[in-house]
Design a protein around this ligand. Structure first.
Ligand SMILES: Cc1cc2nc3c(=O)[nH]c(=O)nc-3n(C[C@H](O)[C@H](O)[C@H](O)COP(=O)(O)OP(=O)(O)OC[C@H]3O[C@@H](n4cnc5c(N)ncnc54)[C@H](O)[C@@H]3O)c2cc1C
Length: 402
């Protein structure tokens, strides 16, 4: 990927400041309306902001220079992701939101030129959105080798049949990348599935519903769908990569993805700490005696700040390793940050809510939105328990060998 190698520390700090200013000036004022009102109804205003971000040269920062992005390393993009994470709208405004960012990275590396022109280019420009359909309600997503969705090749077409759920942001998306079994008899279960692009105006694609998340059904980009493929025909040329490469590509997609998520979670923690401190200073237990004077509250603030600092260092060190040695070399570190930072996120949000008292569980602050929607952080991109096993096994192996 083409990178801007001339960026120095000052350049990076200036860039971060520009993103921070943009969020404060334009994005924060729209948050409550888009998050607790109607995301869809707020879309025209969000699109205006996306245009503003383009005009300022801040749009799609993760892309290479030749693709119109900023040519950042993963470490540099991680720092931007942290800043953008401070708002639930941050990544969306700058077109570097999951699942689109993962699909962009995947297609950039593995899609044919025709697919790139037809789908990747408009995705990069923010003209369309996409989704990723792998998980099935009938099978354990934490061991995705078991899939019932099939893609049978007949002539120049695949015929796809299957049932998926938690296809995030399918509502309003233009296409999905679906994981389907193409070689059910392959002795290697990791070589049975392939990734195939399906345009969502295909008559064989059926949107079933947006799945309510703790009472919030969501809509448009902010949603998780259940979908079906019934005799869904697509040209064989919609295959991404090679047949049977599905799981290998999924790993490619997830490595940098975990850096993006972890840094976004750190951004959420920072905003939660800010809300926690402001509330602790303004809430009076007696006249002139703010909540902030209580030692327990001070402990919560200190523990949150310390664990966020530790998280940032761990994630940036992992990003550096991926930049320098590739995702495979950083497997253990990627697993470590995934479960460590999601736990920091849960604890920090919980403490911030507790400091707010009853207000904390209302929808009058962003905390309840994050508490509801980020609980999934311990489940998606591999449940925490799976990542702990990966790490523990590697550590045990070292001792078994010695
Ligand atoms: C907010 C959100 C967004 C998502 N977006 C997408 C998306 O866009 N596309 C997509 O395809 N999927 C998506 N998913 C699905 C996600 O990938 C799966 O939920 C995840 O892989 C876990 O699978 P599962 O839900 O079937 O849980 P299961 O596999 O049934 O596991 C249930 C629980 O069992 C425990 N467990 C599992 N394996 C082990 C183990 N080896 N050792 C110990 N304990 C274990 C864990 O605690 C786990 O939470 C999303 C999920 C969420 C919550």
């Amino acid at each position: 990927m083409e990178r801007n190698l001339n960026r120095n520390i000052t350049g990076m700090e200036n860039l971060l400041e520009q993103y921070e200013d943009f969020l404060k000036q334009h994005v924060y004022p729209l948050e409550m309306e888009a998050i607790y009102g109607s995301f869809k109804a707020t879309l025209p205003k969000l699109q205006e902001l996306r245009q503003k971000a383009k005009d300022k040269g801040l749009f799609a920062p993760h892309l290479s220079l030749s693709e119109g992005g900023l040519g950042l390393s993963l470490q540099e993009f991680g720092r931007i992701s942290e800043t953008l994470g401070r708002s639930p709208l941050g990544h969306f405004i700058f077109n570097c939101q999951a699942p689109d960012i993962g699909n962009m990275e995947l297609m950039h590396q593995f899609a044919s030129q025709t697919l790139k022109e037809r789908y990747l280019l408009p995705l990069q420009k923010g003209e369309i959105r996409s989704c990723f359909a792998m998980t099935e309600p009938e099978h354990a997503g934490s061991n995705p080798v078991h899939l019932s969705t099939t893609a049978v090749r007949i002539g120049d077409e695949y015929i796809i049949n299957g049932h998926k759920w938690f296809t995030s942001s399918a509502d309003g998306a233009a296409f999905t990348i679906v994981m389907a079994v193409t070689d059910p008899n392959n002795s290697n279960p990791y070589q049975r599935a392939s990734m195939i692009l399906v345009p969502l105006d295909n008559s064989g694609y059926h949107f079933v519903r947006n799945i309510p998340i703790m009472g919030d059904v969501g809509e448009d980009y902010m949603s998780h769908a259940e979908v079906k493929f019934i005799d869904c025909k697509v040209p064989v040329s919609n295959l991404i990569g090679e047949e049977g490469q599905g799981f290998a590509l999924a790993q490619e997609r997830l490595g940098p993805g975990r850096i993006h998520h972890c840094m976004r979670w750190i951004g959420i923690c920072e905003r939660a700490i800010e809300l926690m401190c402001k509330r602790a200073l303004s809430r009076m237990l007696d006249p002139g005696r703010p909540l902030a004077q209580q030692q327990t509250i001070q402990n919560w603030i200190a523990e949150s700040v310390a664990s966020v600092k530790a998280s940032r260092l761990m994630v940036l060190a992992t990003a550096k390793k991926i930049d320098e040695e590739g995702a495979k070399a950083a497997k253990e570190d990627i697993s470590t940050i995934k479960f460590f930072v999601s736990d920091v996120l849960m604890k920090t949000l919980d403490r911030a809510i507790q400091v707010h008292g009853a207000l904390g569980i209302t929808d009058d602050t962003l905390l309840s939105f994050w508490y509801r929607h980020e609980r999934g952080a311990r489940i998606y991109d591999g449940p925490d328990e799976v990542h702990k096993t990966v790490l523990a096994k590697r550590v045990l192996k070292k001792y078994a060998e010695s």
